[in-house]
Write a protein of this length. Structure first.
Lengths: 329, 189
């Protein structure tokens, strides 16, 4: 194995500066929060960094601040801490549930929110060393190959699905992401952060090579809002979503004031169902409306040769998630 | 069945030792025998029966094994505790074979795509149901101290038992493993 240098920055700005310097010297850079996924990728030679910039020792990068205007979460918080946080569990349930659905306890103990949001795809071609779009190549092997777990929305030229559980939750919560680069910070809406392969097939988000996801801001929800994360898995733990749904519903007397519904596991980005949200707003949630919502949810689906089962699965999961949220006291 | 040949050959060696004494120097006694499943008019095998209860989520295609009971005749048990663990472990593996595990290859390169503990989707502790193990310790008078086989006996029956339980639940025969969500949803559509 090649030698890898470790860099321990003082803060995120310093980390970004180190990344820019290393890149200027022609060296490959990887950021590590918990490093749980990076270690596997280095061992499998999917990532071959010369320098690993270790963010785990940065102080204060894992803070949670709750105020009346909303919630601010440091990107370096572990998924375990996120899933256990009392205020989060109560008022931003969808994020806590998404965090605790990730991987295994061992992974959640070290894996961070920012790392989960920015993790590379788990497509079996990418992870097995095929020179696909995600590895810098110029084809997607799943199209003519095994695509059982691939995208039914937003695919092309790459058909990966976004692997993060917390990402759909953050989009559903209308989060904004604060990004730190060598020259300063910038802010992006979660919906702008994730990018489709048709924009750049090698990437999943708008981060530059020398930028890190620093903080996530979530606006306060009305007291009448409730949220949940539902994840369909091939086994009960340690796997990514086949399909998942992050739902936030603001209910008043059986009527839905507003809704946000975002899917995981079906598209190269967290897939927001704006048409379903429009359909639900101002309506009483009935079985007939749920049926309609399910149909609207999958209206634009374009399955590949082996993943058409995701269409009824998505339709049913959307119905079930909204039904469950609307029935909650 | 191979075991009966091993026992027969071992008895042959014992007879040779009794007749000629223990081998000395480079001396080697050789014995061979062929498996004879119906030795002395009886089938000498390990027997088992598995009982499985499942819940099928007809909307999302998921199958959850809620209760599993096994009854095995593995002859006399040398170590009942580890024998029980052997069967329980085999059942969990068998459930993985029935529901999840699939070795997929890229058709053009032949490279496996679902290798490793993550890719193979083996069951986790969260997937393991309560597995009750009952033994019937018959002695067919052939194995050492009445012992029979236990190694793979616990895994062979699982896919059939799980598949039958799914048939009982949804009314469709599942003829291929793994019985994935895709196949359940396909059968129900």
């Amino acid at each position: 194995m090649k030698a890898i240098a470790n860099a321990s920055p003082r803060d995120l700005r310093h980390a970004a500066t180190l990344a820019r310097q290393a890149a200027a010297e022609g060296r490959q850079v990887s950021f590590a929060g918990g490093g749980s996924d990076l270690l596997g990728m280095v061992k499998d030679q999917i990532a071959q960094p010369d320098v690993i910039i270790h963010l785990g020792a940065i102080r204060g990068g894992d803070q949670v601040d709750v105020s009346t205007s909303g919630l601010t979460v440091g990107g370096l918080i572990t998924l375990d801490a996120l899933g256990r946080h009392d205020a989060l569990r109560k008022d931003y349930t969808v994020l806590a549930e998404a965090a605790e659905s990730v991987g295994t306890p061992q992974i959640r103990n070290v894996g961070t929110l920012a790392g989960n949001v920015c993790q590379r795809p788990w497509c079996w071609y990418f992870r097995n060393g095929f020179n696909c779009y995600k590895a810098g190549g110029n084809q997607c092997f799943s199209v003519a190959g095994e695509n059982q777990l691939h995208a039914i929305f937003g695919g092309g030229p790459s058909y990966i699905v976004h692997p993060s559980d917390t990402a759909p939750a953050l989009v559903a919560l209308a989060a904004t992401f604060q990004i730190t680069g060598p020259g300063g910070d910038r802010t992006l809406a979660a919906t702008e952060f994730f990018t489709l392969p048709r924009q750049n097939p090698a990437r999943e988000n708008a981060l530059g090579d020398d930028e890190v996801l620093a903080t996530v801001r979530i606006p306060a929800l009305p007291a009448s809002a409730r949220s949940t994360y539902r994840k369909v898995m091939d086994r009960q733990a340690w796997t990514h979503a086949v399909v998942s749904a992050a739902g936030v519903l603001d209910m008043a007397g059986g009527v839905c004031r507003s809704a946000r519904v975002v899917l995981g596991g079906v598209a190269p980005i967290p897939w927001r169902l704006t048409e379903v949200e429009k359909l639900l707003a101002g309506q009483r949630i009935t079985e007939a409306l749920l049926e309609k919502a399910g149909e609207v949810a999958v209206a634009g689906a374009r399955p590949l040769s082996q993943n058409a089962y995701k269409v009824p699965m998505t339709r049913n999961l959307v119905k079930r998630t909204i039904r469950e949220l609307s029935a909650r006291a | 069945m191979t075991g009966s040949a091993v026992v027969e050959a071992a008895r042959d060696i014992r007879a040779q030792v009794a007749a000629r004494g223990m081998p000395t120097g480079d001396q080697v006694y050789v014995a061979s025998a062929s498996p004879r499943p119906r030795l002395e008019g009886k089938v000498r095998a390990a027997f088992g029966a598995h009982f499985c209860e499942v819940e099928v989520d007809t909307e999302l295609g998921g199958v959850r094994v809620t209760k599993y009971v096994t009854v095995h005749d593995s002859g006399r048990l040398m170590n009942p505790l580890s024998a029980r663990g052997q069967i329980q472990g085999a059942v969990i593996q068998g459930i993985g074979m029935a529901l999840n595990e699939d070795l997929l290859y890229d058709r053009r390169s032949g490279q496996p795509l679902t290798a490793g503990y993550y890719g193979a989707r083996i069951p986790t502790h969260m997937d393991a149901p309560e597995v009750e193990v009952i033994f019937i310790e018959s002695d067919d008078g052939y194995g050492p101290y009445g012992a029979k086989s236990i190694g793979e006996a616990g895994i062979i029956l699982c896919p059939a038992a799980v598949g039958n339980a799914i048939f009982n639940a949804i009314g469709t025969r599942m003829k291929d493993t793994p019985i994935t969500r895709a196949r359940i949803l396909g059968a129900l559509s």
